[in-house]
Design a protein around this ligand. Structure first.
Ligand code: NAD
Ligand code: UPG
Length: 431
């Protein structure tokens, strides 16, 4: 079997690497010629630790090819993974236009049996929709199967997560598709779930929404911790020792961002409304998350008064460390609000860049953390890059006009920072 991956973003590029690592011949297809050109040279168009080296290795060996020629690629491959984006539409529903395009491309170009596997995160019922789109575009009635195989990797940890997944979920009603996928994933040692396509699709949304719920719960709890003079990290440590709760996703902070949680929670809410089963808990999860960054701003205002004309150093732009992804990044929301309140922003992030420089003319983009701190009246830490934990904060204080520190990721130790003379506040981590 040879494998075609449609879409070479985070998921597509990682999936291509995974199958090449397992010894399969893989082709990555994208409509973006610039991305394909870079990938052909073994270079990635986004930041993901460890992935570029593995892609380059397989490009050199010839096991991994890249193309923009959709028709030839589809005709030449037996198994096709759809890994295109499914962003949110303004009304909160998932936008399936890229999935539809990919399905219709497959239908038009197919020349024999194909196994089509949807790895993109798609609303419940999409597998049936993909079948219909393929069928309606077919020139001849070739047989095909469509399976759902949701992806659970995290950005920043994509290589590790994709090569050693916790589980493989396959949604299909076809024995042939199940056999082929078992062969493709033959070298993986992890639990398998083979189920109905709809169940597979829902497992993905239910997982992301549950993790988002954990985060919003901890963010609410952190505010109570501030009132009670209790440290939320110690509370999380105590809770996490209970195996029924587990230690992960209990970090309070500025809220969740990224290309997945915000859109996936929103889509699940929309699905539940369509079926008149309103998942009300998720409305609260989203509301808490929307307002979370403002909690830190309130603390800054309480200390500094009006932010107008104040120089604020913002450390971190990416929605989380080890990625350059700024989709739905709380830091961006923070910067927008600071600018609205007429503060001057000095920004530093090790890899992420502002989306559109012309809308952010008033932001001074700095190439070191020290440069961002220079003359600032407050620091707002928005992404927990390791570099910030390793900075010599005693020395760095000299760059600041005022040593006010607002830690949006509870990264630093309150006692140590205060010992160095900082006015330090965080999100439930002050005591
Ligand atoms: N980013 C993650 O960490 C992650 C993890 C798990 C699941 N997912 C899901 O996987 C899907 C892809 O996410 P992503 O972050 O990789 O998206 P992305 O936006 O980074 O990449 C999508 C790619 O698809 C390409 N594309 C669009 N239409 C195409 C077409 N018709 N033919 C060929 N290429 C086409 C785009 O040019 C782009 O390069 C989404 O549904 C997402 O929710 C993402
Ligand atoms: O305790 C925590 C854990 C995470 N976050 C935030 O939550 C967001 C998402 O983080 P993470 O889940 O690590 O990153 P993603 O790459 O968005 O991965 C999520 O979304 C992917 C796309 O669906 C899924 O595949 C992954 O399983 C799922 O973890 C980030 O803004 C984090 O800062 C917190 O605030 N507190």
């Amino acid at each position: 079997m040879n494998i075609l991956i449609i879409g070479t973003g985070y998921v597509g590029a990682t999936t291509a690497m995974v199958f090449a690592e397992s010894g399969w011949q893989v082709t990555g297809l994208d409509i973006d010629a610039g991305k394909i050109e870079r990938l052909r040279q073994g270079r990635l168009h986004f930041h993901e630790p460890g992935l570029e080296d593995l892609i380059a290795k397989h490009v050199r060996s010839g096991r991994l090819l890249f193309t923009t020629d959709s028709e030839t690629a589809i005709a030449d491959h037996d198994v096709i993974f759809i890994c295109v984006g499914t962003p949110s539409r303004p009304d909160g529903n998932a936008d399936l236009r890229y999935i539809r395009q990919a399905a219709e491309d497959i239908g038009r170009a197919m020349n024999g049996y194909k196994l089509v596997v949807t790895k993109s995160t798609v609303p419940v019922g999409t597998q049936e929709q993909v079948k219909a789109w393929i069928e309606s575009a077919q020139r001849q009635p070739y047989r095909f199967d469509v399976a759902s195989n949701p992806e659970f990797l995290r950005e920043g940890k994509a290589v590790e997560d994709a090569l050693r997944p916790d589980r493989i979920v396959i949604g299909t009603d076809s024995a042939r598709a199940t056999r082929q996928l078992r062969t493709l994933y033959g070298s993986f040692r992890c639990p398998w779930i083979v189920t109905k396509p709809r169940t597979a699709e829902l497992i993905k949304y239910a997982s992301n929404a549950f993790l988002a719920t954990k985060i919003s719960y901890m963010n609410e709890l952190a505010k109570l911790c501030d009132e009670l003079e209790v440290n939320v990290k110690e509370v999380a440590d105590g809770m996490g020792l209970d195996p029924r709760i587990g230690p992960s996703f209990l970090q309070a902070g500025l809220g969740y961002g990224g290309s997945c949680f915000p859109k996936d929670v929103s889509e699940l809410v929309m699905t539940s409304r369509k079926h008149e089963v309103n998942l009300r808990i998720l409305d609260q999860v989203m509301e808490v998350n929307q307002g979370q960054f403002a909690y830190l701003l309130d603390k800054a205002r309480a200390r500094l008064g009006s932010l107008a004309g104040k120089e604020i150093a913002v450390l971190g732009l990416a929605f989380k460390p080890d990625t350059d992804d700024i989709r739905e990044a709380p830091a961006l929301r923070m910067i927008d609000r600071l600018l609205l309140e007429q503060a001057s922003v000095r920004l530093y992030d090790p890899v992420a860049a502002l989306p559109d420089r012309s809308s952010y003319r008033d932001v001074t983009v700095c190439s070191t953390p020290e440069e961002a701190l220079l003359g600032a009246e407050a620091v707002m830490l928005c992404t927990e890059w390791t570099e910030f934990a390793e900075l010599d904060w005693a020395q760095a204080k000299a760059f600041l006009e005022q040593p006010n520190f607002f830690d949006g990721r509870n990264m630093l130790d309150a006692g140590r920072m205060r010992g160095m003379g900082y006015f330090y506040q965080s999100i439930g981590n002050d005591h």
